[in-house]
Write a protein that binds this ligand. Structure first.
Ligand SMILES: [Zn+2]
Ligand SMILES: [Zn+2]
Length: 278
């Protein structure tokens, strides 16, 4: 395939990737915000992990930077399409080629690879040398909202975007598996920032709950800074000793608040220890 044909394919697919990324972010963050912070407020108030109302200016900033990040994700997606059109990757279109078993395994591998990539790049971004100019922007949201999901510097957006394209060079991946993984990534990332605990009390003691991260885990990262670096799973944090020592205690506090007496959300109230100034 000649160079201009490959470029034509890229210009055809980048708007599709861009709309999918923008819609994924806006719809899911909007749903989380509309349901948890407004429509279902009566039931969700006691599950607000950080009992403080976020400022409107903060949400505007988060929305702007998140939109910029999803545009960067689409540009990285454009490079991925170019590589696929050039035949450099293991991307495949024929579902029967590897069957349903591999289809499911590839989604799991994408998730595990992204989790590993996220943990280690995230830890590196917390090194004082990198933190200020790459990751500090994301941490301006101490009391997170769903709009903060992709509130990244341009450099961090590129770092976050390249793990999946890298995987396409390594293992066979079907576009359906990619789409399911993208949806799961959006849902999990939005829920990690929405600020509400959705899992039941004691969740971290049961089966899959032992390794799956909860919204409390990432919200605690935004207040404590020096722990809870993982995304989907709690495995790397436990292996490397970076799980917050109070994670289970805070999770139990949030999930056992009395139903009859929901806490009043007021600015200035921080139930979780904040180690670093804003
Ligand atoms: Zn961080
Ligand atoms: Zn975050």
């Amino acid at each position: 395939m000649d160079y201009s044909t490959r470029l034509n394919i890229v210009t055809k697919y980048v708007p599709i990737i861009l709309s999918r990324e923008v819609l994924g972010y806006v719809v899911l963050a909007g749903l989380a915000w509309g349901l948890f912070d407004h429509l279902l407020r009566r039931w969700t108030a006691r599950r607000k992990i950080n009992q403080r109302a976020p400022e409107a200016a903060q949400m505007r900033r988060e929305f702007f930077y998140s939109l910029r990040s999803v545009c960067i994700f689409a540009v990285v997606g454009g490079f991925m399409v170019f590589a696929i059109a050039s035949g450099w990757t293991k991307f495949y279109m024929d579902f029967e080629k590897h069957g349903p078993g591999w289809f499911l395994i590839s989604i799991v591998l994408l998730t595990v690879a992204h989790d590993t990539w996220f943990y280690w790049t995230h830890r590196l971004m917390h090194h004082p040398f990198f933190f200020k100019w790459i990751h500090r922007l994301h941490h301006q949201s101490i009391n997170t909202t769903p709009w903060a999901t992709y509130s990244f510097t341009a450099t961090e957006a590129v770092i976050q975007a390249i793990s999946t394209p890298l995987m396409i060079f390594l293992i066979p991946i079907h576009p359906g598996a990619l789409a399911i993984f993208a949806l799961w990534r959006h849902v999990f990332s939005v829920m990690g920032h929405a600020g509400y605990e959705i899992f039941p009390s004691g969740f971290f003691r049961w089966g899959f709950g032992r390794i799956l991260n909860t919204p409390t885990h990432h919200v605690q990262h935004h207040t404590a800074f020096r722990s809870n670096f993982g995304l989907y799973f709690n495995v790397w944090d436990r292996l490397m000793g970076t799980n917050h020592p109070d994670y289970e205690a805070v999770f139990e506090e949030v999930t056992n608040r009395p139903k009859s007496n929901p806490p009043i959300v007021e600015p200035g109230l921080l139930p979780i220890t904040c180690d670093v100034e804003a």
